[in-house]
Ligand binder design. Structure first.
Ligand code: GRG
Length: 296
């Protein structure tokens, strides 16, 4: 099976696991909150982070479908971050994935609460008892990775540095730091969570950490490039906004050509750190390449 087939099989499986979660929620949680969560979780995301989690888990175990609930957990954190990032007090976006943002549809109050619920639920889903052969220690290690990546030293920290950098001249080092925290940390955590859940040894964790760090940064650099080279219909959101808002982006600091070269070099480094996984690392190498060639 080629990488595209594996990817769509995994994406469909994640979509199915998200539907299972929503089914579990229906009638259990207040209707407006349910509708906002359902809207945002099923708006058509690429499911990159769950796919990375499932891919690193499958380095260690053949039954990758047993890691699906953990993939959903990561997608909940990602979805929360997008809902809050789109709020008027943050990026103030009206569209995401081609449809109105959560707050435009349900109001700011509901959107804030939907984000809060998704972040908290992510940890419940991760830590729930299941008969899947994953030992509690591995779940705790995955939860720790996720908490670190989502919190003040990770995504939230990156977001505030991003806000503070808006409208002023920044250095290449600063933009790398912002991108690594704001976007890279959760991508890296997705890979490490999958590895912990699969039972990886410490040496593998450090190789996969290197892979995750480089792919995460490359992903955000490509996102910055797409913001200046893509259209609304490709991205499903307003493009050219970073420039309009004076946002800290990699192309605005070093130019689009150097930004592209840097993203390619980071993906090369990411793939190098997979060499000891042999044939098993091929899929993760392919996912790294896709971060470069993606159009949305
Ligand atoms: C507590 C207010 C508050 C904020 C939390 C919101 C936040 C911290 C951080 C935002 C981080 C963020 C949104 C970074 C952008 C990352 C990015 C490139 C997202 C798009 O990811 P894709 O392309 O999205 O994987 P899809 O739509 O495919 O799921």
């Amino acid at each position: 099976m080629g990488i595209q087939n594996y990817l769509s099989e995994m994406r469909d499986a994640v979509d199915g696991a998200v539907r299972d979660l929503l089914h579990e929620y229906e009638e259990k949680i207040p209707l407006r909150l349910f509708k906002a969560i359902e809207y945002s979780l099923t708006a058509g995301g690429k499911r990159l982070r769950p796919i990375l989690l499932l891919s690193s888990f499958s380095l260690y175990r053949d039954d990758w479908k047993s890691a699906l609930p953990y993939g959903v957990s990561i997608e909940c954190v990602h979805t929360y971050s997008l809902i809050h990032d789109d709020l008027p007090a943050m990026d103030d976006d009206d569209y995401r994935r081609g449809v109105p943002t959560c707050h435009r549809t349900f109001g700011e109050d509901v959107a804030i609460l939907a984000g809060d619920a998704l972040l908290t639920e992510a940890f419940r889903i991760l830590l729930v008892d299941r008969d899947d052969g994953i030992v509690p220690y591995s779940k705790i290690a995955a939860a720790r990775e996720l908490a670190w990546a989502a919190g003040a030293e990770g995504m939230v920290g990156g977001q505030i540095l991003d806000l503070e950098a808006t409208g002023r001249k920044i250095t290449e080092g600063e933009v790398i730091k912002i991108h690594s925290l704001k976007t890279g940390a959760l991508i890296r955590a997705s890979i490490l969570a999958g590895a912990h859940l699969g039972g990886a040894a410490a040496e593998d964790i450090s190789l996969l950490s290197e892979y995750g760090k480089n792919v995460g940064l490359a992903f955000q650099i490509v996102d910055d490039i797409l913001d200046v080279t893509s259209s609304f219909s490709e991205m499903g959101k307003k493009t050219g906004k970073d420039l309009d808002m004076g946002k800290a982006t990699y192309p605005s600091v070093v130019g689009t050509v150097k930004a592209r070269k840097e993203a390619e070099s980071l993906v090369g480094k990411a793939k190098n750190s997979l060499s000891s996984f042999g044939e098993k690392g091929t899929f993760l190498a392919g996912v790294a390449d896709l971060c470069l060639t993606r159009r949305n």
